[in-house]
Design a protein. Structure first.
Length: 278
């Protein structure tokens, strides 16, 4: 038990050290989001994220992953996660998921969002994809909100899946890719499932820091890794969405490290008020 506690629970001082990398990650994603438009390449989005992160004295933790040289992952349409930035230009109606993280003074942030590029000529497709993104984001906040009262980490997956199921669209939830602990490394134990599992998982108590990231698709949840060895795409070719935040559980409550307001707006519909890490 002592070993487990040391591996996944942080001290108050360590949680405080995670605030700045979370805010840097949020700033990078905000800058990228402002650039998304038809004709913009995913390489250009990658360059903007790199500019923001380095200007804040941090570095991309994605570039610390062996074999990966980019600052973001940019996944378009049937690509759900781990898409590699390239000269591909965004087109009207594309659904785009951007994932990024920053390391600052040895601590990490990790976050992702999804947006649909406007397309007045295809309102039905845009509406379908915007609903997918809305439900995925909502499930993320449902999972985060559950941390405020959960006894064990598996309750996060119950909350996420329940939100998605209640939407009534029959969306698929990726099973092969899940959330994770975060701290000195971008990816740490424990795993954070986005669906119901039998194992209750570790206790949710002060010191827990996790990245919650539902990955949801319009059709079947089965995926394949493309020839580039990174990009994860749906087998049936249907669109996917990915939302993520890094969250800290502390003595006074929960705080979303990668949201500038700590998660206040996202958590309000669930009756949860985040409390800053101090």
């Amino acid at each position: 038990m002592v070993s487990l506690r040391r591996s996944i629970y942080k001290s108050p001082a360590q949680l405080r050290s995670m605030v700045e990398p979370g805010l840097i990650t949020a700033a990078a994603l905000e800058a990228v989001r402002a650039l998304i438009a038809p004709g913009v390449t995913t390489e250009e989005l990658d360059a903007e994220a790199s500019r923001v992160i380095t200007a804040r004295g941090a570095r991309s933790n994605f570039q610390l992953v062996r074999g990966y040289r980019h600052t973001i992952c940019a996944s378009v349409n049937e690509q759900v996660v781990h898409g590699i930035p390239s000269s591909r230009a965004l087109e009207p109606g594309d659904i785009v998921s951007i994932d990024a993280g920053a390391e600052y003074r040895g601590w990490n942030g990790d976050s992702a969002f999804t947006v649909v590029v406007p397309d007045a000529s295809r309102p039905d497709i845009v509406a379908e994809r915007e609903e997918l993104s809305r439900v995925t984001e909502g499930s993320l906040w449902a999972g985060i909100a559950s941390l405020a009262s959960a006894g064990h980490l598996a309750e996060v997956g119950v909350a996420i899946q329940s939100f998605i199921d209640d939407a009534g669209h029959g969306y698929g939830i990726l099973r092969d890719y899940v959330g994770h602990g975060i701290g000195r490394k971008m990816h740490e134990s424990p795993s954070v499932f986005n669906y119901r599992v039998a194992d209750p998982g570790p206790e949710v108590r002060p010191g827990l820091a996790v990245a919650i990231e539902p990955m949801v698709v319009i059709g079947d949840q089965r995926t394949r890794v493309e020839d580039d060895g990174w990009t994860v795409s749906t087998v049936d070719g249907t669109a996917g969405s990915h939302w993520e935040h890094s969250v800290a559980v502390h003595d006074d409550g929960i705080w979303v490290l990668t949201a500038p307001d700590g998660g206040k707006a996202g958590l309000a519909p669930f009756g949860v008020t985040p409390v800053p890490v101090v």
